[in-house]
Design a protein. Structure first.
Length: 315
């Protein structure tokens, strides 16, 4: 069957249904008819209410909190699609849970990011589309194609529209320098780096700034903000070093534990995030701005379906 006549279907599990609906609207197709629920004993229940035989199927599901529930929904959905004779099964995982467990940091640690990759492949997935993996080597944990999309272009466009001047892009640690440089290149701005160290156990971090931030509008960029401890400490340090204003941005707003209180009480003027993880009402603040990735994902799905280059989306 030719590319032009193959059927394209998009289904959603329960992690981010609003994102899936917007993606389908942009593609110009209805969201697939499926029920994703639970039996009375808590087991996952999947019902496909339409034929998928021979179709190219895409499943939208972030494996965010509750991560195990959402991961299991995805695996059971994939099994249902495979047994219903779907032509190809492609999973779109905007936020890949367990990505921070990508290596053995201590003796006898699991490498859970690899385990999750194994589970996804064994279930019968043909391709993965994801965004801003915490560790890029996770792509190599799969033996199937992985399209790794970047959030920097979306974040950069937002700051360009704000028209900020005299800015500096800040990496909250040495590991995020490449990400900061990508944003800085798009904004034609210099970069600075937060140098963190612990002088001794159980003593607060001492933070130094590598780079000139005095009198500038600082933009801190990270891939994930979890408890917001690092990002808020970084914002306070930047103000102490003479920054005029501090903005923060990330692709994945995990925002667990004390994150919202820390952001509310911090020196951060505005926090810009994407909707790879949906924010419930109790995590919404006036200073938090959510940007949609729906256009990027819909373009990626369309390009994969039409066998076009996905790398064009990085430009």
């Amino acid at each position: 069957m030719s590319v032009q006549t193959r059927r394209l279907k998009v289904f959603s599990c329960n992690s981010n249904p609003n994102l899936a609906k917007t993606i389908c609207e942009l593609i110009g197709i209805p969201l697939g008819d499926a029920h994703v629920g639970k039996f009375s004993d808590g087991e996952i229940c999947i019902q496909l209410n339409e034929s998928v035989r021979g179709a190219d199927v895409y499943v939208i599901q972030s494996t965010c909190d509750p991560v195990n529930q959402h991961l299991m929904e995805l695996l059971v959905m994939v099994d249902a699609l495979r047994r219903a004779s779907a032509g190809t099964i492609n999973v779109v995982i905007p936020y890949y849970g367990y990505a921070r467990q990508d290596r053995k940091a201590r003796a006898r640690d699991p490498i859970t990011a690899k385990l999750v990759a194994n589970l996804i492949q064994t279930a019968g997935v043909d391709r993965v589309i994801t965004m801003d993996l915490h560790a890029t080597q996770i792509q190599g944990f799969f033996n199937i194609p992985v399209d790794h999309l970047l959030g920097v272009p979306i974040l950069a466009d937002y700051f360009k529209q704000k028209g900020l001047e005299n800015i500096v892009v800040v990496s909250p640690d040495h590991g995020g320098v490449i990400r900061a440089r990508r944003l800085a290149e798009r904004l034609k701005a210099p970069i600075a780096i937060i140098d963190k160290r612990r002088p001794k156990p159980n003593v607060a971090e001492v933070m130094n700034i590598v780079g000139d931030v005095r009198g500038r509008k600082a933009i801190i960029i990270d891939d994930i903000i979890d408890t917001a401890g690092t990002i808020t400490l970084a914002a306070n340090a930047l103000m102490e070093y003479g920054a005029e204003e501090v903005y923060a941005c990330c692709t994945h707003p995990v925002f667990s534990g004390p994150a919202i209180d820390r952001i509310r009480d911090s020196a951060i003027k505005e926090m810009i995030v994407t909707d790879t993880i949906p924010l419930p009402d109790h995590k919404k603040l006036d200073k938090i701005k959510v940007l949609s990735i729906a256009s990027l994902i819909s373009n990626a799905i369309t390009r994969v379906h039409n066998e076009q280059s996905v790398s064009k989306l990085f430009d």
